[in-house]
Design a protein around this ligand. Structure first.
Ligand code: ACO
Length: 367
């Protein structure tokens, strides 16, 4: 999951990456790549992240979907956590060597769907439980039962550590989860919509989307971002390290984006969160110096291609400052993005149309 992308596999063929192809109409989110603006159901990301808990942002995103009308998401996400915790013994029987991400997929696959909790809530609410339980099981520790009196972010931190988190840390995690809630037709959301269009269940769509998210070109980048920051070590070493990496044709993790031709607005939302955390954290200053050096080097190396900071760079720095282990960065991304995937699947299913594009055959003609 944290392997660097293989440049030999990259192809300049635009068809292979569907660049510029509009493949869905959506009321959920809009990514304006030229101007660096992200809108979720009519509100800019800056008006949501850091301004409300995760559940309230989900309620905002889901406002037109049947699921959120009759429910209080804070209460119902808590009920979903309790239901998920009943599945945790299955995780304890799995091989202790599984990565946390695969434990989460296993837990989700084993989660029974009942009439008590609507599927999007059951699935979205469950993942924090599986994440925390998997982390503790893989460390040889006992899973901690959810605390139903708090929100998903605070409870996730509590289930990881067994301690009540500070308000600052819980707010920072809420900010992160809201920041990544939805983002147009990214690779994992497209995957979810394709699976949803076959009328496969919501759980299948989320499991498939999790697979798409795990790659280093998508949700697998923030762990390697932190590895890069650690490898650089000091501000003085940044420029030399980065130039050497670019000379080896490596990609700098946390930079570049398929849609943004300017700064990813989510990077600044998370950077603001670091300021609010107000910690005397030397890694934050180092990260800012590395970012500055990377932007200079990328501009020099790729003058024709605007490459700027993406969400993953400050994801790594923020989650690290909250004390979250880097192996949990991609699992946490899945926690935050799951309500977005669910909403897209439900939206796609309203059209009742199977997604089935065409391919262009360039193989040999039959003899
Ligand atoms: N570092 C160095 N060079 C880069 C980077 C980077 N981070 N990103 C793109 N480039 C270069 C490419 O090597 C390519 O150069 P070339 O034309 O000489 O071959 C050129 O810029 C264009 O790259 P593309 O592959 O066409 O850009 P694409 O739109 O496919 O890239 C991507 C988007 C995959 C995110 C890319 O920028 C990347 O690999 N970034 C690093 C990984 C990363 O941070 N991923 C998280 C993205 S955010 C998210 O998914 C939530």
């Amino acid at each position: 999951m944290t392997e660097a992308p293989n440049p030999a596999r990259m192809t300049p063929d635009p068809i292979a990456g569907l660049e510029g192809v509009v493949a869905a109409t959506t009321h959920l989110s809009d990514v304006d790549g030229e101007n660096g603006v992200l809108v979720l159901r009519g509100r800019r990301i800056e008006d949501l992240a850091g301004k409300m808990p995760f559940e309230a942002a989900v309620q905002h995103l889901w406002q037109d979907l049947e699921v959120s009308r009759a429910f209080s998401l804070q209460t119902d996400f808590a009920r979903a956590r309790r239901a998920a915790f009943a599945v945790v013994p299955i995780l304890e029987k799995a091989a202790a060597t599984l990565p946390v991400y695969e434990y989460m997929q296993l837990g989700l696959a084993a989660l029974p769907m009942t009439d008590d909790i609507p599927e999007p809530i059951a699935i979205s609410g469950a993942l924090p439980v599986f994440l925390a339980a998997a982390y503790r099981i893989s460390a040889g520790e006992k899973p901690i039962a959810p605390d139903l009196s708090v929100g998903s972010a605070a409870d996730l931190l509590h289930m990881l550590t067994g301690e009540e988190p500070t308000k600052y840390f819980a707010d920072a995690l809420d900010r992160y989860l809201v920041t990544i809630l939805d983002h147009g037709l990214n690779a994992s959301t497209f995957t979810a919509r394709v699976i949803g269009s076959t009328d496969a269940g919501l759980k299948q769509a989320v499991l498939g989307a999790m697979g798409a998210l795990s790659g280093p070109l998508h949700g697998g980048a923030p762990g390697p971002v932190l590895d890069m920051i650690d490898a650089i070590g000091t501000p003085d070493a940044a420029a030399g390290w980065i130039d050497a990496a670019l000379a080896r044709k490596e990609r700098l993790m946390g930079f570049g984006h398929r849609i943004y031709r300017t700064r990813d607005p989510r990077a600044d939302v998370l950077k603001d969160g670091l300021r609010i955390l107000g910690e005397e954290n030397p890694k934050v200053g180092l990260a800012e110096d590395i970012e500055e050096a990377a932007l200079v080097a990328l501009k020099r190396a790729k003058p024709d291609r605007p490459l700027d900071t993406n969400v993953e760079f400050y994801t790594a720095v923020l989650l690290d400052a909250v004390g979250i282990d880097r192996t949990l960065f991609t699992p946490l991304f899945a926690v935050g993005r799951t309500p977005g995937w669910c909403a897209h699947v439900l939206e796609q299913q309203k059209y009742g149309r199977l997604i089935r594009p065409a391919s262009q055959y360039v193989g040999p003609a039959p003899e």
